[in-house]
Ligand binder design. Structure first.
Ligand code: C5P
Length: 220
């Protein structure tokens, strides 16, 4: 894309990985670094967009000129994204959101007891924020999801795009040192209309720029 081609647009990006507390000191979480989401935020800001970055448990420097909203749990991420999305031209869900959370959170640290086996952890389903955003989107707003797949990347990606109801799904090939925690990524950008753009292995910034190119093409 050309310089400042996103000027006048407002975008919301989620990044990182949510954590679901078990007790005051423990959580269920994932290894997402947030690097792809931060690359999306930096590139959008560089191209002139007003950017809100909802950052779940990341350890990365705040990108210059970006509004960063730190969150931890899926519920916090959901509230922050929905609030920011109300005024946005595009929402990109790059965060790894926990599919499940513990059914209850102990108010005190869970104790180890020598006379008993540990209690199993009961889980409940988290809301699918991407599907909610897609279902509620105002006219003209683009909703973009990310999916990591290790096999049958395209069939799984196409099925997920349809299931989530979003406009664009960026399907990452993961495994063999690609994606989680690394500086590079390779992906296919799937559009609801059927277009598919292969993005070769390269920096997360390059993938981010291709995503904004596709988003910008869809805006009225
Ligand atoms: O279904 P799956 O987890 O593979 O979908 C990934 C996409 O859905 C990502 O864009 C992620 O941010 C989003 N997601 C979500 N809410 C969930 C689970 C995933 O918004 N509970």
């Amino acid at each position: 894309g050309s310089a400042r081609d996103l000027a006048g647009r407002r975008v919301v990006i989620s990044a990182g990985g949510t954590r679901e507390p078990l007790d005051p000191v423990r959580y269920l979480g994932n290894r997402s670094s947030g690097k792809q989401g931060y690359a999306l935020a930096r590139t959008a800001a560089a191209r002139g967009a007003a950017v809100t970055l909802v950052a779940a448990n990341t350890a990365l420097p705040d990108p210059a000129g970006v509004t960063v909203v730190p969150v931890s749990t899926t519920e916090e991420l959901r509230d922050a994204v929905h609030k920011a999305a109300a005024e946005a031209d595009a929402v990109v869900m790059a965060a790894a959101v926990a599919d499940f959370r513990p059914a209850s959170r102990a108010t005190q640290k869970i104790k180890k007891r020598d006379d008993r086996e540990p209690e199993p952890i009961a889980l409940v389903r988290n809301p699918d924020i991407l599907a909610e955003l897609a279902a509620d989107r105002p006219a003209g707003q683009l909703v973009v999801g990310f999916a990591a797949e290790t096999e049958d990347v395209l069939p799984n990606g196409r099925a997920k795009l349809a299931r989530k109801g979003c406009d664009i799904l960026v399907v990452n090939r993961v495994g063999e040192g690609i994606a989680f925690g690394t500086e590079e990524n390779e992906a296919v950008i799937l559009e609801a209309g059927g277009a598919e753009t292969e993005v070769p292995h390269g920096p997360k910034e390059a993938l981010a720029d291709r995503v904004w190119d596709v988003v910008a093409r869809h805006w009225p």
